[in-house]
Design a binder for this molecule. Structure first.
Ligand code: ADP
Ligand code: MG
Length: 530
């Protein structure tokens, strides 16, 4: 029991006050104040903040009922202050009035000492428990608030992570699909391109030379365009690790090129539609960025096209470059219609478009793939009705040194070449092309036959397709290198897991499909020069 509890005693009879003080002292309480006046007791309450009030009912000036009523008005509902009434008046009427004014208990005069001590003890214990409960509630509420905040934060983080995941998954799925299309489509392109070249070479055997040549050139152009289209589709499935770029790109001149390449769209088309689009250049002095100029140019042209689409009644496009600590920023800003937050979140997704049949929804996902491959970031700021800014952040290397990619197209002496391809058409094409260049060519239509022919003969070079049933190009190459570690091997592939130009243990050079005769000659000279 807390003997330090603060107690206020009010009784207009001095003797009663003394008696109660005496009882409390004997019971061990040491912290009480008393008064013989109701008004004074109310002031005491404000100064002393007691844990318990003992009050007489019948007093002059302010009686017990009045004191209790006033006390209950200033005490907050949550604060449990026990008030015990001291009275000789035990009528039911008096008790009811006291209780309804806010009294908690009664002590009947004359006092039974024991009862006084026990009732006071009870009242103080109830108060102590009440306070304890309130403190616990407060901590509990605080805990719940903190937990809720934590949970809300966790949920937000989770949602963000999920959005990112969904985005990546969509891009990945499209990549797989595009990889497949790229491969199949490429095989037919390889034939078109190769046979056209061959026919051009053999024009003497054809009637009406010039006409045939013109047609053939058109075929080649179309095939070349289609090949570039596939190359673009292939962007999606390129390995997501950033490639190491050898070329340093000057983004300022890249922007100038992109502006002139997209001129038909932003100038002529716009003029024809009766609107004006101004293009501003805001260049800073920036370092070279290691990258692929053609890809970056394409990304930029895509952004310019989108900006033009976003300004159906004309406006301004600003192309800005600036150097930052570890990246060069390339901004494409328009004064167009802007994007809603939902569109801003989703616009990088493949096939997401708000242009209906006029859009493919592939432009920005391409931009994303290209910048991602350059280890860069795409950021988008947009405000409905105000315009959009795309910020491409491309990392640069301090003091980037332009390295020279060896280009050799010198004369190549006649070689003994083994060609392995499971597609008769492509196999034959390679045979014809290489024979035309006076090489001695043998062909095999699968990996196993290729290995047999290799064992039986001597070759300067093996040229093998990658995807073949039973034994694929990689396995064949490995088997050959076991027999002759210095054997030169070129792998031709339409798949994307190798980027052309790379090499693995067993393969000296990877060449991407479709292969033009020029590319093949260059590959031969590179491999044999080493
Ligand atoms: P498409 O242009 O074929 O619709 P994109 O991938 O290039 O596909 O763009 C996707 C969507 O992003 C567009 O349909 C458009 O809603 C939005 N968008 C892209 N660029 C802008 C821009 N500069 N201003 C406003 N919206 C844009
Ligand atoms: Mg677009």
């Amino acid at each position: 029991m807390n003997k330090n509890a603060k107690i206020v005693i009010v009784d207009d009879e001095e003797a009663n006050v003394r008696l109660l003080e005496r009882i409390l002292e004997l019971a061990g309480y040491n912290n009480f104040k008393s008064s013989t006046n109701g008004r004074r007791a109310f002031e005491l309450f404000n100064e002393f903040h007691p844990d318990l009030v003992l009050t007489d009912l019948h007093m002059p000036e302010m009686d017990g009922f009045g004191l209790i009523t006033e006390l209950r008005q200033v005490i907050s509902k949550q604060d449990y202050l026990p008030i015990i009434v001291l009275t000789a008046d035990v009528t039911q009427e008096t008790r009811r009035r006291a209780l309804s004014a806010g009294a908690n208990d009664f002590l009947i005069k004359p006092f039974d000492h024991m009862e006084v001590v026990l009732r006071i003890g009870n009242a103080l214990q109830t108060r102590a428990l009440q306070i304890q409960l309130q403190e616990q509630n407060a901590t509990l509420e605080e805990n719940v608030r903190n937990r809720t905040m934590e949970l809300e934060r966790a949920l937000e983080a989770l949602k963000a992570a999920q959005r990112e995941l969904v985005k990546q998954e969509r891009l990945r799925a499209l990549g797989t699909m595009a990889g497949g299309i790229a491969h199949d489509f490429n095989n037919s392109l390889a034939s078109i391109l190769g046979y056209s070249e061959l026919l051009l070479h053999d024009l003497d055997h054809l009637p009406k030379k010039e006409k045939a040549a013109a047609h053939l050139r058109t075929i080649m152009t179309a095939a070349g365009d289609a090949a570039r289209m596939v190359a673009r589709l292939r962007e999606f499935s390129k390995p997501s690790q950033p490639t190491e770029f050898l070329e340093g790109v000057d983004l300022n001149s890249l922007v100038e090129q992109a502006i002139s390449l997209s001129m038909p769209k932003w100038k002529s088309d716009a003029l024809a539609a009766g609107l004006t689009i101004r293009i501003n250049q805001d260049f800073s002095k920036i370092p070279l960025v290691p990258g692929d100029a053609a890809e970056l140019r394409e990304a930029l042209i895509n952004l310019i096209f989108n900006a033009v689409d976003a300004m159906p009644s004309g406006g301004e496009i600003t192309l800005r470059t600036s150097a930052h600590t570890d990246a060069v920023w390339l901004e494409v800003q328009d004064t167009g219609i802007g994007m809603s937050e939902e569109v801003r979140q989703r616009c990088l997704e493949p096939y997401f478009t708000t242009k209906g049949m006029r859009g493919t929804g592939l432009g920005l996902s391409m931009v994303y793939a290209i910048i991602h491959r350059h280890a860069g970031l795409v950021e988008i700021e947009s405000e409905l009705g105000r315009g959009t800014t795309f910020i491409l952040k491309l990392p640069f290397v301090a003091n980037f040194v332009q390295s020279q990619i060896p280009k050799r197209t010198n004369f190549i002496r006649p070689l003994r070449i083994l060609v392995v391809d499971d597609q008769p058409l492509l196999c034959n094409l390679l045979y014809e092309c290489l024979s035309n260049d006076r090489h001695a060519v043998e062909t095999a239509c699968n990996g196993r036959e290729g290995l047999e022919k290799f064992r039986a003969g001597r070759f300067d070079l093996v040229l093998t397709d990658k995807a073949m049933p039973e034994m694929d190009g990689d396995q064949l190459a490995a088997a050959i290198k076991q027999i002759n570690p210095s054997q030169r091997i070129i792998l031709i592939t339409g798949y994307c897991e190798y980027s052309p130009g790379t090499r693995s243990d067993a393969i000296d050079l990877v060449v991407g499909k479709p292969v033009s005769m020029d590319a093949l000659r260059q590959a031969l000279s590179v491999v044999l020069a080493e």
